[in-house]
Design a protein around this ligand. Structure first.
Ligand code: FE2
Length: 429
């Protein structure tokens, strides 16, 4: 049973967070395109409202508030990011009013929504959960933009005290051979690419107990990792040489062995115990080869995170079905950084893998493809148009992911050259 009151609470809380993140951004920074691969923040903001209008008013209830031009302006598939700054986007004040007007109409129509009928959009509140997750996802995108922003820092105010890293007894955990259930059949919250649930049989493998740390990645860098062609996928090698990449994004060195990183425009010494972040798939892949390992496949990652071999059941999160709390994982943005590796023993999977949800997105070896029985829902542009060999799958969410936007079956994807995500990795063998 879906509670409408709970949905209203989530819609309102999501909006509060969006506005909390944007409140401390200057008017100039709101309209600037801080990086060619990101939208101006003010586009994300207007788009959040327009996507809500499109799905919760127009598609779900045949109700239209805005003119066609507004829809076109905020349609991600009509305007590539480089065009977005030149659109006559709503400014902050007008966007505030627009988002409020949409929300008012949404709350009125929600009263009549039939969650028990045949409409798959409304059934079990799916479309409302989709819109809430969409706002969560744009919050993380906005944080990526703020991390890329040059000049004045964003000055995040962290309200979260992170636990220290735990000692990890074994560097890798063992996952015995056998079948597990990959994906899900849930239609209330899961997105189309997470379906269908299907049985996958895997040989036994080892997977790192925690994501690869900064200390480990420094060893790779200082061992000439970025200069050894044999470690690299040929395309990745060409790319790092062309771009002059010699370390993870936002890293720099003040003197030999003294590594610093820039976080939201502020410099800090690299914490050796934290997971490495802002590496491309190519860098992760080269590191794994250097370490005598490889990246886990997407199926291996999901089995290690979700399968309970003792009961033969699948868990929603590594620790079980209980919704994430600050004891389980570093999620929900307000720490503004990953915690040290191994910091959440209560978040361990059945196999003993730590930190699989939260801290950093983890690159997998796998290209983004449909599962057996996939059906695009509710629109092809969510996943289907991205299926193919151009994108690699990432799993597990980061510190910048809201808890409602990630679970063991959640699939993210990006180009293998990308480093703007809060992305790291762990290795397998
Ligand atoms: Fe979007």
């Amino acid at each position: 049973m879906v509670s409408k009151a709970a949905l209203v609470g989530k819609l309102e809380e999501a909006r509060e967070r969006t506005r909390f993140l944007l409140d401390r951004v200057s008017e100039e920074d709101l309209v600037t395109q801080h990086d060619p691969i990101m939208s101006p923040l003010i586009w994300d903001y207007g788009h959040i409202g327009n996507y809500e209008e499109l799905w919760l008013l127009q598609k779900a209830h045949r109700k239209i508030l805005s003119k066609r031009e507004l829809y076109d302006m905020y349609d991600a598939s009509l305007h590539p990011r480089e065009e977005r700054p030149s659109l006559s986007l709503l400014d902050r004040r007008d966007a505030d009013l627009y988002l409020d007007a949409v929300r008012k109409a949404v709350l009125e129509t929600l009263k009549d929504a039939d969650f028990d009928g045949d409409d798959p959009l409304l059934k079990d509140g799916f479309v409302y959960n989709m819109i809430i997750q969409h706002e969560y996802q744009h919050n993380e995108t906005m944080l990526q933009t703020l991390q890329l922003k040059k000049a004045d820092g964003y000055r995040p105010v962290s309200t979260v005290e992170l636990p220290n890293g735990g000692t990890v007894e074994e560097e890798m955990v063992s996952v015995p051979a056998g079948e597990f259930v990959m994906g899900t059949d849930d239609r209330s919250r899961a997105l189309d690419n997470e379906r269908n649930a299907h049985v996958v049989d895997l040989p036994d493998f080892l997977i790192d107990a925690t994501p690869v740390t900064n200390a480990a990645f420094v060893e790779f860098v200082e061992d000439g990792g970025y200069e050894r062609r044999e470690l690299w996928d040929p395309t990745g090698w060409g790319y790092i040489k062309q771009e002059g990449i010699t370390a993870p994004k936002h890293w720099y060195q003040t003197e030999p062995h003294s590594w610093w990183t820039e976080r939201f425009g502020f410099d800090e010494p690299l914490n050796p115990a934290s997971p490495v972040v802002h590496v491309s798939w190519y860098e992760a892949d080269a590191y794994a080869r250097w370490a005598g390992k490889r990246l886990p496949t997407e199926a291996e990652w999901e089995k290690a995170a979700s399968w309970d071999p003792y009961t033969g059941t699948k868990r929603l999160y590594p620790w079980g079905d209980e919704e994430p709390t600050p004891a389980h994982a570093n999620l929900d943005q307000l720490a503004f950084r990953p915690a040290e590796a191994g910091a959440y023993p209560a978040g361990a999977s059945a196999y003993g893998a730590l930190g699989m949800i939260g801290d950093v997105w983890e690159w997998t070896a796998t290209d983004f493809y449909a599962y057996p029985g996939f059906e695009a829902f509710p629109y092809r542009e969510y996943s289907e148009i991205f299926f193919g060999p151009d994108y690699k799958v990432l799993r597990g969410g980061s510190w910048a992911t809201r808890p409602g936007a990630v679970r063991n079956t959640f699939r993210n994807w990006d180009y293998p050259i990308r480093r703007q995500l809060f992305c790291g990795f762990r290795c397998a063998k």
